[in-house]
Ligand binder design. Structure first.
Ligand code: COA
Length: 179
């Protein structure tokens, strides 16, 4: 279990799946995500069954008092270049804008850089996802560039922003926060 200030990251359990499906089928939650609802429990169970066969690592995000509010995932591990893609969904909307996403990402980054010794973490976000972009900037992610008309959703193409953080930047920020 990985502990932050407001949240804990833990392994995904089968009992979490109906809650994940509820979030995925909430159009407000998935507005900017590369997920196209509706999604059934059966599809989610297939995803869960396949999880162990891939290198992907997914964690459930719990508040300190044990309420499941989201998930975070690490995908596309590149062991030679030591880079990895991350994604996040805080599915319980009443927990938005209260620092839970920031804390979940900070906790994940500590694991990725300090435990896994990866060199670079990157993400892809819809350019219109202002909350997510603000959250990533606040944490210290830097913009790599714009992926033009990268996704077709809701009847239009949207641009994506790619952002990343390097291990050296993480260490610099962490020592700054400590000192
Ligand atoms: C994006 C997400 C992970 C952020 O988590 P969160 O817990 O809501 O974010 P935080 O509270 O840690 O930080 C959000 C910041 O954005 C700000 N913000 C919110 N709405 C904003 C807007 N429309 N424009 C600019 N900033 C905004 C908040 O004020 C806060 O900044 P502050 O701390 O400086 O005040 C979460 O909202 C989420 O999972 N949303 C649905 C799925 C999603 O979009 N995932 C990301 C895919 S790339």
């Amino acid at each position: 279990m990985l502990e932050g200030k407001k949240i804990r990251l833990r392994a995904v359990e089968r009992v979490d799946l109906p809650i994940f499906v509820k979030w995925i089928n909430d159009l407000e939650v998935t507005e900017f995500l590369a997920i196209n609802p509706p999604m059934s429990m059966e599809e989610e169970e297939k995803w869960f069954a396949n999880l162990g066969k891939t290198e992907d690592k997914v964690f459930s995000v719990d508040t300190m008092d044990g309420k499941l509010i989201g998930n975070v995932g690490l995908m596309k591990f590149n062991w030679e270049d030591r880079s990895v893609l991350f994604g996040i969904m805080i599915g319980e909307k009443e927990y938005w804008n209260k620092g839970y996403g920031t804390d979940a990402i900070e906790t994940l980054l500590r694991y990725v850089f300090e435990e896994m010794n990866m060199n670079k973490v990157y993400l892809i976000a819809d350019e219109g996802n202002a909350r997510a972009l603000r959250c990533y900037e606040k944490i210290g992610f830097r913009k790599e560039g714009l992926l033009r008309q990268n996704r077709y959703k809701n009847g239009r193409y949207s641009d994506d922003v790619e952002m990343s953080m390097l291990q050296e930047e993480w260490r610099e920020r962490s020592s700054g926060q400590r000192g």
